[in-house]
Design a protein around this ligand. Structure first.
Ligand code: PMP
Ligand code: GLN
Length: 449
């Protein structure tokens, strides 16, 4: 018989050996690669970086794209009504979209696309346009597939393609006649030959964004027809990000590529209530397309997010109903907002010009890019010395002058970003007081130069 003290000692030894063993395993685990290869190269995010920087320096913020004014009263009221609308508004609703929202989205967009959209089959409500994009890439892209992206492009397309196992193939919009002559976003053009050369047997989809973030380019019907013809010829899907669809200026019309002959069957159109009703924090978006494609997006959605906030969907449904009833009239928010934003755009353009930043006037959206190649700035920040020129300019403007913008090369692939380091993006969906404060900063800087 072992003495009690020896038994206790052995138990302790056993426990401490187990502990050493566990620690060793932990060490081995820690030494192993933790993260999936899908995440390699997509860790950095300009919104995370520059939104934090703008907050840290408490600047005038023309960087991240969101309105600093309230959404219209009718949509705020709709939200208040929804949240006080009883128990069902606080509980789960239909996975693929609250019935009232898919019904009105289908009715609203059938009229524009010229195709009878089925509310239950052809529409998916998502957590903002971001999740619509995510579902689309996850649903369509297989290992090794290629996705053609026209750049500059919203920065999440490429990481999403990569995370789905695909490869992004880029084709740039180019300033026609050289950057000094391209003074409107309409002067940024896509070469049909260059686009055609990017198709291969591996091409699964083409992504377009009209009105474009960041340039504000609104694709003309002929340009869309050229893209559509290539999609049909190569039998690929078109992913059309149209979150700024109501924001066009100077009489320019937004055309939906899904409305072109033969395109309904192969287009996924993505929209956002955040942009539509100036309520980016609500995070309600949608994807619309033929049921044969949409069923796959729904598979991704039901196994990830499942469904979106019920009350927010109810409010957006009511907002669309109001807009449906007054569509095309001057009271429509979809007419009134761009009218207001056009004035803000012109005010900002004049101010940028006056300090030697050459604006590229946008035909749509709520961003304006400006050429910074003529300006000199003295920035002693060694932490950013290896960064692209526009990144350094933006950091200097935030830290030294108190104004936030976004570097445009972030909207380009590595392949082309070097050619576009001389632009920064300003957001003008802001209160006049915010634009005035930005103007004051820029003018003061102009005088110091
Ligand atoms: N697409 C584009 C072109 C955008 O600019 C944005 C950012 N708002 C989104 C998609 C994402 O929209 P949401 O905020 O509705 O997720
Ligand atoms: N879409 C917005 C922009 O372009 C912001 C997106 C974000 O903050 N993630 O500014």
């Amino acid at each position: 018989m072992l003495m009690v003290s020896t038994r206790v000692a052995l138990i302790y030894r056993g426990a401490s050996e187990r502990l050493i063993h566990k620690t060793l395993i932990n060490k081995i685990m820690m030494a192993r690669r933790i993260h999936s290869r899908r995440l390699d190269g997509v860790e950095k995010n300009i919104w995370v970086e520059f939104t934090q920087l703008a907050a840290d320096y408490k600047v005038v913020n023309l960087g991240q794209g969101f309105p600093d004014f309230l959404p219209p009263k009718f949509i705020q009221d709709a939200f208040c009504k929804a949240v006080s609308g009883g128990c069902p508004m606080h509980q789960y609703t239909r996975a693929f979209g609250h019935p009232s929202l898919v019904a009105i989205l289908a009715k609203f967009f059938s009229r524009i696309v010229g195709h009878e959209i089925h509310p239950m089959e052809d529409v998916l409500v998502t957590v903002g346009a971001y999740q619509a994009l995510f579902c689309t890439f996850q649903a369509l892209v297989d290992e090794g597939d290629e996705v053609i992206i026209i750049e500059p492009s919203f920065d999440c397309y490429q990481p999403m393609v990569k995370m789905a196992g695909g490869k992004a193939v880029f084709v740039p919009l180019r300033p026609s006649g050289g950057s000094s002559k391209a003074l409107s976003s309409g002067d940024w053009v896509l070469s049909a030959e260059e686009l055609a050369s990017k198709f291969s047997p591996k091409t699964k989809a083409v992504v377009i964004n009209t009105p474009n973030n960041p340039t504000g380019k609104v694709y003309k019907a002929e340009e869309l027809q050229m893209i559509a013809d290539l999609c049909v010829e190569h039998d690929v899907v078109c992913i059309s990000d149209e979150v700024y669809e109501w924001l066009t200026y100077d009489g320019r019309e937004h055309v939906k590529i899904a409305s072109l002959p033969g395109m309904w069957e192969r287009t996924i159109t993505i929209g956002s209530a955040g942009k539509t009703f100036s309520a980016t924090g609500w995070k309600v978006g949608w994807a619309i397309g033929s049921k044969d494609i949409m069923k796959h997006l729904k598979t991704v959605h039901q196994n990830s997010v499942y469904h979106c906030a019920t009350a927010a969907q109810e409010a957006v449904a009511e907002g669309f109903q109001v807009e449906y009833d007054r569509f095309g009239s001057p009271e429509s928010y979809f007419k009134e907002l761009p009218k207001r934003l056009q004035i803000k755009r012109d005010k900002l353009a004049l101010c940028l010009e006056s300090v030697g930043l050459q604006p590229i006037k946008p035909e749509g959206g709520y961003f304006m890019i400006a050429d910074i190649s003529a300006v000199k700035f003295d920035f002693n920040d060694t932490s950013s010395q290896d960064e692209p020129h526009d990144f350094r300019f933006v950091k200097w403007l935030i830290k030294e002058k108190g104004l936030a913008t976004i570097p445009v090369s972030a909207f380009y692939s590595l392949e082309h970003s070097k050619d576009f380091e001389n632009y920064v993006r300003f957001c003008f969906t802001k209160e006049d007081s915010t634009l005035d404060a930005a103007e004051e900063i820029l003018k003061k800087w102009g005088k110091e130069k």
